[in-house]
Design a protein. Sequence first.
Length: 121
Amino acid sequence: MGKKLKGLAVTAIAAGAYAYFKDPANREKAQQFVQDTKEKVESFIEQKKTEYTNGSEVEQTASNHEELDKKAGNPDPYDIADNEMVSEGAQTSVQYYGQEVEDDVDGDADGLYHKHLKEER
């Protein structure tokens, strides 16, 4: 049933396209639309190439590096996104330490995420 439906859909689209492009005015509109779109895309690409080669993108990257160099080691307490990233990283390392080191101290050398297997047995 799926192949029949797909075949019918393709046939309907082809018939609709044929009927639309049968009229020379519609063909001309479609060709003009494709040409305009192509020119806009090429213009956009050239504009971005020019911006990049003029150094605007490079200057922004350099200023971002300088900003990060100043910020390193001096976190802003009001920078929520940065603080969340730091706290998540700390949680991961604490969890790893707890599973690897403290579990070994308790006498159960089970490694990561294996405690639940021993409890089920």
